[in-house]
Write a protein that binds this ligand. Sequence first.
Ligand code: BGC
Length: 743
Amino acid sequence: MKLRSVAAALSVVSSSILFAAPDEAALREKVAALLAQMSTEEKIGQLVQYSAPGAETGPATRRNVEAEIAAGRVGSILNAIGVEQTRHYQKIAVEQTRLKIPLIFGYDVIHGYQTIFPINLAQAASWDLAAIENSERIAAIEASAAGIHWTFAPMVDIARDPRWGRVMEGSGEDPFLGSAIARARVRGFQGDDLTNPESLLACVKHFAAYGAAQAGRDYNTTDVPEIVLRDVYFPPFQAALEAGVGTFMAAFNDLNGVPASASKFLMTDVLRKEWGFDGFVVSDWTSIRELLPHGIAADEPEAALLAFNAGVDMDMESRLYLPHLPALVESGAVPMSRLDEAVTAILLAKARLGLFEDPYRGTSEEREKQAMLRPEHLEAARDLARKSAVLLKNERSTLPLRKDAKIALVGQLADTQRDLIGEWRARGREEDAVTVRTALEKAYPGRVTYALGAKSMGDDRSGFAAAVAAAKKSDVVVAVLGEGWFLSGEASSRSSIKIPGVQAELLAELRKTGKPVVLVLFAGRPLALANVLDHVDALLLAWLPGTMGGPAIVDLLSGAFSPSGKLPMTFPRNVGQVPIFYNHRATGRPFDPAKGPDKWKSQYLDVPNTPQFPFGFGLSYTTFKYSDARVASPTLDANGNQRISVTVKNTGRVEAAEVVQLYLRDVAGSVTRPVRELKGFERITLKPGESREIVFTLKPQDLAFHRTDMSFKPEPGKFEVFVGPDSTAPKIGEFTYRDPAQN
Ligand code: BGC
């Protein structure tokens, strides 16, 4: 038997307590009374989720959804669009079914609903938790006004392989940053009170280790040792739970030989028993049916049985619970108590959302219209896009652009609205998105010459000449190149992570003009940039920046704002280095470049071990000086805390934000430990000449990790401390952790 994770048990409070409306006990009574009236068929109906026809987000079979709802055979609908459709379906549920139980409407509100924020990976580069939380608040206001109750977000899968297209949906490679962002997103969606009609129930996904897909190929197998699951992949899920997340989504992947959607270990032993979760788990799209091709279920009834008894409560589009659970309950293979537990959790979620009081949650066409694209929503999207962009190179202060610069603007992505809003755009409309071209022409009237140059895909070079001609008659080239929206997201893995098509060749041609070249890079993942870095003087990573991407990028190009984003994922030199992440464990033969060549160390023959750009990295238009870095005490005791401080000064000429980062290394443990781990960060904005002291306080629990018996605690010994602007921060001191009980 596995030892229960002590920290998890202590820190995770049952979600019912966290978002308990004052009348939680009354809700439970009401749900119990309702359950007592339900037939087995009506109970099973609550476990069924269908997509609204025509808006499927996976392989689908059409059916008459209205008739199914009226027969009481549906508990939830996903992908219903807008007030008209959600009210239509709800009316059937509450007027035509025997028990009048309202539907819960789910939707993928991933990085905005109609106001589209930068993709999630980009948002993570802001390290701005308040701005991220606010983006989800806005998403909740818009989506709830359209009749949505429940978002399939946050996606918190740790991802260390940029080939995987879904890295765009998460917060990158680090569990500490990922956990902080998971909390912020849940708070943003759910607010303090789910009965507030402007809140959304959140669904943390995909439980678990979906991001570890072998070779970065979507839906692929994962093999993750339990100790890594617990130290790396679980923490953001636990963080979401601490923040009160109401639901979990089971992942598609096979994890160590058991598909997540049939994993009793994940859904029951860890989630319910260890962590005390009392919400419900929804499958991923057809993930229960996929137990057949996974080869773990011989037939449909077995797939239903495995998933349901493992703890997957709601069936998203597999269409297996409805036909097969009745006989399984009848035979006793599925205990009635298990069915009651699942139905209770779903009904409680509906009750907490206030759906039994008002199944329409105050929606109207007027409210829907008023909620979307409000000026403050667009401003927040612009702000987050500015904060998300990462300045990766800026030779000879090429950026910001001079006010009187004549600019050659090149590249398809400068001029396409669809690419700005990326994958999972919910109800985001491309016609609302403002391009770099539109924004730049407005900011530099009469000074911008646009030339396509090349499309983002394909091998057509016929536009090169016009782009080069435009460059020649301008002072500076701004090339907006990279990945179009369709190259990242679900089912969009790549084996090459280079800039696609002939765009790199175009850059080389532009370079030959001798004009300074600025690359504004669109990307849904870390890219290998070795073949373009030499051709550019400046490189601003814009990601896929959302509805207000154009104006945000121009704010940065013009110097109205200084870039402040920091990479949430390592950028490799080439795809052969993948997986590459800063917090890898130590090897027995570590290569130290400072000591010179040594054949018998862990290294490549053809590329350095170091990445192109490390985790946490990003430049600014100003400079920051770090000084007086101190570790307050040479020791930290079991009941004490440690104070680590540093003074940061803006030594340049413009106001800018910096993300101050704290890393630790546990020098020797009972298991090998990462070479360093992020343990704190603070984003600060400083005026020129201004300085500030930053103080991090560490507690013993911050040093804890899982040992081979899966216990979770800090071990006595030496810890090295690193503080600085990225994950290569210098060592500033060390301390010893002491615990008499363990000595
Ligand atoms: C994705 C989920 C998503 C669901 C519903 C699936 O294919 O993996 O993340 O929530 O579809 O759209």
